[in-house]
Design a protein around this ligand. Structure first.
Ligand code: G3P
Ligand code: CA
Length: 326
């Protein structure tokens, strides 16, 4: 029989989850609408050590949980119940009340995105939650250990779609502090500028540095002249292209890599530097097994139920489920 992480009392020490970190990506994207209260409730009901989520800030400075800076036709229906025909208004151009008029509870069946998540249950009428509502849900669940891996979604390529990084970080930290969640959060971003600001304003909060080098996003720009605009002035080539070394120099506590871009040597290097390694987004049991064998400290998955089964099979401690209705 395995011991639960909560029973061992080892979550939340030193500002980062101890033990293997089972993170529900966007709540439980494979099972419930992403970044939604039903999705976070599902993850809590399954039992995760961390809820992963994405943030935007509305025109009236409310912190909301949504992945893209605009409403997208793959997910959003307008107040008339019609699927958007193209990318809709930017979140930062709408008030919270206006954001709430959109329904994000069902994947558009005509979009290829829907085919990626055949197990996702639709919950019509679901609205974009605020970060405060996610914290309240966790309190309602009576869960005193689950952590939050909070991603600031902004991009140096699209400065008009968000507040500047300093302001973004300040507003998010105010919500975290209001709910007294400083000991239970990590801030993550592809855009390292917000992470630098979090370290300056709230050094007790761990920062998790996202890296990816793919055609759809390349934030490190290894081998290209000058620092990447995503990396807040750090030039990865100064560190021989080593992502762990660059993150250590930037003051990060966690290296969060696209899962296909880690190997045994890079994980070992990160650990030597005192970094934890958390990988995303891993949905197949065989991939999960391989990454656990490599020594990663946590996996971010759309299917927390699948990862939990993998961990249980291997005798790795898992967090207690805390069922709650959204
Ligand atoms: O936690 C990291 C992961 O969520 C980053 O990718 O695009 O799903 O936010 P994305
Ligand atoms: Ca994310």
């Amino acid at each position: 029989m395995t011991t639960s992480i909560a029973a061992m009392g080892i979550v939340g020490l030193a500002g980062v989850a101890q033990g293997f970190d089972l993170q529900g990506h966007r709540g439980a994207r494979g099972l419930m609408p992403e970044n939604s209260l039903p999705g976070f409730a599902k993850a809590l009901s399954i039992g995760v050590s961390t809820l992963e989520l994405d943030l935007a800030i509305t025109k009236d400075n409310k912190v909301v949980v949504i992945h893209n800076p605009r409403f997208e036709p793959e997910i959003a229906r307008n107040a008339d119940g019609q699927w958007l025909k193209e990318s809709g208004p930017a979140i930062n151009s709408l008030t919270l009340d206006e954001v709430r008029t959109y329904d994000v509870g069902r994947l558009n069946p005509n979009a290829s995105y829907a085919k990626r998540y055949p197990r996702q249950q639709a919950i019509d009428g679901t609205r974009v939650p605020t970060l405060s509502e996610v914290f309240e849900l966790v309190k309602k669940a009576g869960n005193e250990t689950v952590r939050f891996n909070i991603e600031t979604k902004l991009s140096p390529d699209n400065p008009d779609l968000s507040l500047p990084p300093e302001e973004f970080a300040r507003i998010v930290l105010a919500v975290i502090q209001k709910h007294k969640m400083q000991d239970r959060v990590a801030l993550q971003s592809f855009d390292w500028r917000t992470l630098q600001e979090v370290q300056r304003l709230a050094p007790e909060i761990p920062t998790s540095y996202l890296t990816v080098n793919q055609s759809w996003l390349n934030n490190t720009q290894i081998g290209q002249p000058g620092p990447s605009p995503w990396m807040s002035g750090f030039d990865i080539d100064t560190y021989d292209g080593s992502r762990p070394r660059a993150i250590k120099a930037a003051g990060g506590r966690v290296w969060s890599s696209y899962y296909q871009e880690v190997d045994a040597a890079s994980v070992a290097m990160a650990h030597e530097l005192g970094l934890l390694v958390k990988v995303w987004t891993v949905n197949k049991p065989r991939e999960m097994e391989k990454l656990i064998d490599l020594g990663v400290d946590g996996i971010i998955t759309d299917y927390p139920d699948v990862l939990r089964d993998v961990l249980l099979r291997r005798g790795i401690a898992t967090p207690d489920p805390t069922p709650v209705s959204p």
